[in-house]
Design a protein around this ligand. Sequence first.
Ligand SMILES: Cc1cc2nc3c(=O)[nH]c(=O)nc-3n(C[C@H](O)[C@H](O)[C@H](O)COP(=O)(O)O)c2cc1C
Ligand SMILES: Nc1ncnc2c1ncn2[C@@H]1O[C@H](COP(=O)(O)OP(=O)(O)OP(=O)(O)O)[C@@H](O)[C@H]1O
Length: 141
Amino acid sequence: MSRVVAQGTFDILHPGHVHYLREAKAMGDQLHVIVARAANVTHKPDPIVSEPQRVEMVEALDPVDHARLGDPDDIFVPIEEIDPAVIALGHDQHHDIEKLEARLAERGIDCTVERVSGREPDEDELLSSGRIIDRILQERG
Ligand SMILES: Cc1cc2nc3c(=O)[nH]c(=O)nc-3n(C[C@H](O)[C@H](O)[C@H](O)COP(=O)(O)O)c2cc1C
Ligand SMILES: Nc1ncnc2c1ncn2[C@@H]1O[C@H](COP(=O)(O)OP(=O)(O)OP(=O)(O)O)[C@@H](O)[C@H]1O
């Protein structure tokens, strides 16, 4: 039974998230998702949706076997607990594969890191939580 880990903020869900989670699930038998703590989302505005609500919605998605909130201080703690064969990085996640692999090796965690493709929006599709929020503000603000 090989486990795959996916991770992200998952603030307002959209088909780009479904694409990512389906592709991640296809990399193994069981998909575990680590949902980022609001305090660790530092490179964009704070999430709108609460931490438990983001976990509940991700866990309800078909490809997901288990979702949990991330560790507040050390991103390797949940990885050590889950012990995955693969970490699936999203197409736009800022982590560098080689650096991440080096830090995993330092911690004695034996798993590979793979990058998942992005899904490009067709006309009228909104495949980004930030873009959905921008559209709401434009049209209803
Ligand atoms: C392997 C890995 C493990 C992570 N573990 C945690 C964690 O335990 N806690 C957390 O708050 N964020 C964790 N993150 C970070 C977030 O999931 C996320 O990448 C970051 O907050 C940026 O959000 P975004 O990818 O949705 O843009 C982890 C990221 C990676 C790549
Ligand atoms: N269009 C997309 N195609 C494929 N993967 C996606 C897409 N959008 C998000 N993801 C992936 O889903 C995971 C969670 O992403 P995140 O919650 O940051 O979504 P986002 O919609 O890109 O957010 P924001 O618009 O606020 O930056 C990440 O691994 C990210 O790469």
